[in-house]
Structures are given as structure tokens and as C-alpha cells.
Design a protein around this ligand. Sequence first.
Ligand code: NAD
Ligand code: UGA
Length: 457
Amino acid sequence: MQLKNILCMGAGYVGGSTMAVIADKCPHLRIHVADINLDRIAQWNSERLPVYEPGLDDVVRRTRGRNLFFGELSPQVIAEADVIFVSVNTPTKTYGQGAGMAPDLQYWELSAREILAHATGETIVVEKSTVPVRTAEAIARILNTGNDERRFYILSNPEFLAEGTAMHDLEEPDRVLIGAEPTPEGQRAAEVLAEVYSHWVPRERILLTSVWSSELSKLVANAMLAQRVSSINAITALCENTGADVREISRAVGMDPRIGPRFLEAGVGFGGSCFRKDILNLAYLCEQFGLSQEGQYWKSVVDMNDRQISRFVRAVVESQFNTVAGKKLALLGFAFKPHTNDTRDSPAIRIATQLLAERAHLVISDPQALDNARQDLAGLEGEVAFEADPYRAVEGAHAAILITHWPEYIDLDYRKIYSVMVRPSFIFDGRSCLDHPALFELGFNVYPIGSPPLVHD
Ligand code: NAD
Ligand code: UGA
């Protein structure tokens, strides 16, 4: 197959960023990114992209209109495509069988049916979305129902980028995984895709596996990363009670090369659009195969995360003499991690919701995520204000609660902050990233995660 045209269905975080990098690295290819959400397409074509991702603007500016095009999903772009990436959302199902656990595959199936309706000749269909094992098989059955000359080859090519570092992760990936059928046609299709990546990824980092191993590897990778976060978080309460410091423990433990230093930062818990959803997906898959203990094992990673959030909120309320009703509390950070405007499943949403249920008055601050925060909290009962300037957010507050460790929050002038807060002043460090003795010296009562609180008499 002579590859010329690529189509990506789904102009989200993954589709938009991934295609921008392919367009940049492969100027000889023509790449269309299409979405059913036309507002999103308009944003991709504007000066303000729908995704805040360091470095993305530059790549889009270089490629858009040259060999990268954002537009609506038309029969023509499907018909012209040699390779179609499907990068649509696969959220947790909220209805019917498997509600709350299984992924909702309706967008994926609709995409497959659109492809079936309009594709011509030979088409390679690439699973970019994270999906349960054997989705490719189901998609192949849908696509191969036609009694015609057309041919579809299904590949699994999961994405491992993390938000905030997506451009680096795409430009220098640890590995690119391509799952293909063990047939000569399947292997040929995998080679076409591998050739695209080989324009900038060293060949030894492109792994060819079976389709099912590739699909399952994606779920396992996310489950194991999240499990590390829950494991270190499961130590924090013990540290707070015994006088140990979880940061010292992460360092000491992480220096063992068999364990490694990454993903051992304790905090208010993991968020983001994928960890919870993918672990629940894995747990559901185990249960479907009658492996309920294995399913429970993975589900406990999510349960630990929920517990960490409630424990944090309880510490806030208890420290405020058991009531936050009517008290102003400033939340510093709302994005699920720094360097992104994404708030999907951010711990901040659960923390804010639980504090509002306690009738606290909240002021939310974040350098990038306030638009999303407004949408997330819309409709909740209670008093919420939004303020981009952290110094104004803390004016008259009883407590400052750091949820997202944006670098600018680490460098704030905490003396100035202390001077405008109500006495006694409290600071909750939900990421254990601040200088706790220095804050205590300034007069704050300091509640870190994973080490005992520093409280003035
Ligand atoms: P997203 O919600 O940002 O984007 C998905 C887009 O698909 C939406 O804009 C939606 O309108 C569009 N869409 C839905 N049905 C469509 C259709 N039939 N045709 C065209 N467009 C359609 O989601 P995302 O964060 O980009 O994630 C996409 C997939 O990638 C998910 O399965 C996710 O698990 C996986 N993933 C995400 C990340 C991440 O960091 N966000 C990383 C790795 C993998
Ligand atoms: C994660 C994975 O890292 C990616 O490889 C994967 O492609 C992606 O999910 C996906 O499938 O969507 P992402 O969710 O963007 O990426 O961000 P991470 O850096 O993994 O952080 C996830 C959450 O864990 C954040 O809330 C972060 O604050 C938290 N975290 C991370 C910790 O609490 N401690 C740590 O040590 C690391």
C-alpha cells in the first residue's frame, strides 16, 4: 500500500496532539483530523487550541494548513484515507450492564460504522483509543460484514502520552506498540504503520505484538502506574501518625533500582481521564472471565484513591474545629496535574464537592483550568468563586489548600499570603511540595500529606 492520506477520528487531547506530531515529522503525508464536535474543530482552527499542552501551539502553527487539516467528518475524508486512526472517547459506562465499571464503546462502534459506510479500497484501521481486550476483533467483525472487494486491516496502537508532557512523550516515546494479526496481511499493515513512526522513533523502540497483548498492555501500564500512586498514598496516614516523612520514604525506596524513583509522589490521589476508567475497565474484564479476586485486587487501587481524598477532606474539617460552614477556603489548583488545563476526574472536583457539602465557601484558583473548573462545579449547591490570582484568592481565607503542584505555587510569597488570611491561618499541602518548617515559622498551621502536622499551640 502506498500511504498518502491519514484520517484521525476524534480531535481530542490524543487525536489532536498525536496527529500534529505525525504531520510535523512526516511532511509527505496529508493528515485530516475530524470530529463530530464542530466547536472543537473550530477551536483547533483558531489561535486558542482546545488543549493546553506545552509546545503544542508551535507544532500546530507549523503544520496546520500545510499537511494537517482539522475539519468535520465527511464521507470524502473517510473514502480518501489509507489509514484511519480512531481516537474517540471511551468513558466509563453510566448505564445498563457494567455501569460504573465497563467502558462505553458506543463512540467506537459508531466510528466503525461510519468507516464501513464510506471507506474505499484497502484501509488500515488503527485503534488509538484505550479499549478492552478483543475490541479489535469486534470491530473487525463489523467492518468485514460487507460482501465487497474492500479490505480492512485492524491494528492496535495504544497511546502512552501523559498530559503536560505530551509533546515530549510523542516526539521521544519510550516505546510505540503495534498489535497486529499474525497473518501476512496483518503483518504488512503493521509494517505500514511502523514505517510512519520510524521517521522519528528508533526502530528498536517500535514493538510488534499480537493485537490482544497490545490492547491489554495499555490497561496494565495504566493500572500499574496508578497502583504505585495508591501504594505510596497507603503509607501516608502511617507517616502522619508515626512521625515519618513520606517524601523521605519515597526517596529511600525509589533509590532501589528494582523499584525506581518515579510515580512515588504521595498526594491527594490520582486524577485524569484515564487511570480510574482504565483500572475499572481491567477489573471488569477480570470479572467477566470469572476472576473476581483479580478484579477486586485492581479495584482496590481506585478504592484507596477515593479513601485518600476523603481522608484529606476530613483532616481539613477536623482542623477547622470541626466546622467549615460559612468559612472561606482557598483551593490552589484545580487541574488534575500541573501543566494542563484538563480537570477530568481531578481530585479537586471531589474535594470541592465534599467541602461544599460541609457548607464551606470556596475560592478556586488555577493558572489554566478555571474555565473547566466552572463547568465541573456548575449546578452544585453552595458558594463558589473563581480567581486566577492566588494572592487575591486567599484574601480573608481561613485555609489555603494546595491541590495541584503548579511550580508557581511553590514559589509564592507565603509571607504575603499569611498577611491577608484570617487567624489562625492554616495551610494544607495536598502534594507535600512546600517547605513546611518555613511555613510554620511564618505562623501557619501546616498540614502536609504524609508527615505530621505542624501546629501552633
Ligand atoms: P477526548 O474526549 O478529549 O476526545 C475524543 C473526541 O472524539 C471528542 O472530541 C469527541 O467529540 C470525538 N468523537 C466521538 N465520537 C466520534 C466520532 N464518531 N467521529 C469523530 N469524532 C468523535 O478524549 P482523549 O483524551 O483524546 O482520549 C481519547 C482516547 O485515548 C480514550 O480512549 C483515552 O482513554 C485514550 N488516551 C487518552 C490519553 C490522555 O492523556 N487524554 C492518553 C492515552 C490514551
Ligand atoms: C497517564 C499515564 O502516565 C500515561 O502513560 C497514559 O497514556 C495516560 O495516563 C492515559 O492513558 O490517559 P496522565 O493521566 O496524563 O497520564 O498523567 P500522569 O502523569 O500519569 O498522572 C496521573 C495522576 O497521578 C495525576 O493526578 C498525578 O498528579 C498523579 N500522580 C502521578 C501522583 O499523585 N503521584 C505520582 O507520583 C505521579
